[in-house]
Design a protein. Structure first.
Length: 470
């Protein structure tokens, strides 16, 4: 039985252990093991998205005003692509591996089998309500793991639509949706899973990791961070850099874990960079009210509380607002650029997760390493440079989940490169084949035949001096 609240039907708490039991039985019966079954479910998931693309656009728009093109680029498109890629690559990904071994061991058939970890759960945030639940799910399906997904209650239209579409496309004996708040998630986490995949805040990530740890369950944590942008401003096309940075910042209204969070730029180039940002802003939002123009396609801020948090940050800054800064009610905030931000400013305390871009002027590159190194390890460091040596400096002196040169956000198009954090920004990674590996156990296999005793007999007691000469 379920009960209705707001836009979303919450899963009844007593339903959750029943789902877990149903999926566990399916796993034990081997339902999800055949590759043909997995392939079918991957394509069903692609169909779910393709057949309902318009309804998905509408639901995400209702949740936080995300423009249709951004939904196609960052939600429906990647999910369908990943489903197809996984369906096509599955035979290859799941094939047993024969490791290179010592010639003595070659006859022992050493093999690594790729087996499903078991019954898993995926808990997601609101800011990419489909991608951040369904991309991990693609890996779980491909790996042969039954899975319960738990979308966010803060994107209720998207979560409700997904739950309604689910039984029409997916095998509910292997894949289920739980909708709800932290109450449902807590019930979910009381149960013993074989892997927990979480995307969200560090605060909840700690709760999830602790709950998983109680069962000795492995987990993947995809958390937030302040991802810096460092500009080698004397050596690059500053206009193009400004355009690419502003594009990454305005996407999703800046509400992305890998949004460019703050910019480090040589002091003497700060004003030229701001002029280039202004040009980019005018070309993106040509209307009179810029990002707040009714025709502009800037996502809104999720809730009045989220809006108030961003406004408080702006009120607390000692930097100067040089672009944007205006709000429309409590729903929208314009792209806002703040210059001369000090490292102990209100804007530098936590992940911004909104359309505000602080610029911190620096005097040398060592300062950039220090500023980044003094903070929690970010998900991404964006560096704008054409100099190999400049890049090498970042590889050597900094740590981050990813290092990306000369663009923002679009690194995610390269599915072959793993995406994930380090320490405070999380652990584990995914995308493409890496997602399959996240839900796969590499089961070691060796067969030491009786014939091997010709060589091995020397190991049996009583131990002889001859054995030491081996
Ligand atoms: P959140 O941590 O508040 O919520 C994420 C999920 O956890 C939701 O499904 C929610 O229902 C559940 N949850 C909330 N409180 C809980 C509790 N006490 N116990 C158990 N479950 C609970 O995150 P959010 O606000 O939805 O998303 C924003 C955060 O997520 C930002 O910090 C952002 O950087 C991060 N994020 C990270 C990535 C990444 O890939 N690394 C991607 C997107 C967002």
């Amino acid at each position: 039985m379920s009960y209705q609240t707001g836009k979303m039907t919450l899963t009844a708490l007593d339903e959750i252990p029943k789902l877990h039991a149903r999926l566990t039985k399916s796993f034990n019966d081997g339902l999800t093991l055949p590759l043909s079954y997995r392939r079918n479910q991957l394509l069903q998931l692609a169909h779910l998205i393709q057949d309902n693309a318009e309804a998905i656009n509408d639901a995400i728009f209702a949740d936080f005003g995300k423009p249709k093109l951004e939904v196609t680029l960052t939600e429906t498109g990647p999910v369908v692509d990943n489903c197809i890629q996984a369906a096509e690559s599955l035979t290859d990904w799941a094939a047993p591996e024969k490791p290179q071994v010592n010639p003595l061991h070659a006859a022992w058939d050493p093999t690594v089998y790729k087996v499903p970890k078991g019954v898993v759960t995926i808990i997601g945030p609101w800011n990419f309500p489909y991608t951040l639940i369904l991309l991990p799910l693609v890996g779980a399906i491909a790996a042969g793991c039954p899975c319960v997904i738990k979308p966010s209650e803060y994107s209720p239209h998207s979560s409700q639509l997904l739950a309604e579409l689910w039984p029409r496309y997916m095998d509910v004996n292997a894949y289920a949706v739980v909708n709800g708040t932290e109450v449902q998630t807590t019930r979910l986490l009381d149960l013993k899973w074989d892997h927990v995949f979480f995307t969200g805040s560090a605060r909840v990530g700690k709760i999830v990791a602790t709950a998983a740890g109680k069962h000795l369950t492995s987990s993947t944590l995809e958390l937030g961070s302040k991802s810096p942008v460092v500009i080698d401003a004397d050596n690059i096309d500053l206009k193009l850099a400004a355009k690419r940075i502003l594009w990454g910042k305005q996407l999703n209204g800046g509400q992305i874990c890998i949004s460019p969070d703050y910019v480090l730029i040589p002091r003497h180039k700060q004003d030229e960079f701001i002029a280039a940002l202004r040009d980019a802003y005018k070309s993106f939002f040509p209307g009179e009210a810029g990002g707040l123009d009714p025709q502009s396609q800037l996502s809104r801020i999720l809730t009045p509380a989220h809006h108030a948090r961003l406004r408080a940050m702006l009120e607390g800054t000692r930097g100067s607002i040089v672009l944007g800064g205006k709000s429309e009610g409590t729903a929208r905030l314009d792209i806002t650029v703040v210059k001369d931000v000090a490292i102990d400013d209100a804007l530098m305390e936590e992940e911004i997760f909104g359309p505000i871009l602080p610029i911190v002027p620096i005097d040398n590159i060592t300062e950039a390493y220090k500023i980044i190194g003094a903070r929690p390890v970010p998900l991404v460091i964006y560096v704008f440079t054409d100099r190999e040596q400049f890049k090498d400096g970042f590889l050597e002196h900094t740590r981050s989940g990813q290092l990306v040169l000369n663009d923002t956000f679009f690194q995610l198009a390269v599915q072959e490169v793993p995406f994930g954090g380090l320490n405070d920004s999380g652990y584990g990674s995914y995308l493409g084949k890496h997602t399959f590996e996240t839900f796969t156990h590499r089961r070691g296999y060796v067969n030491i035949p009786a014939a091997a005793d010709e060589v091995l007999q020397i190991r049996y007691p009583p131990y002889s001096e001859q054995a030491y000469q081996l």
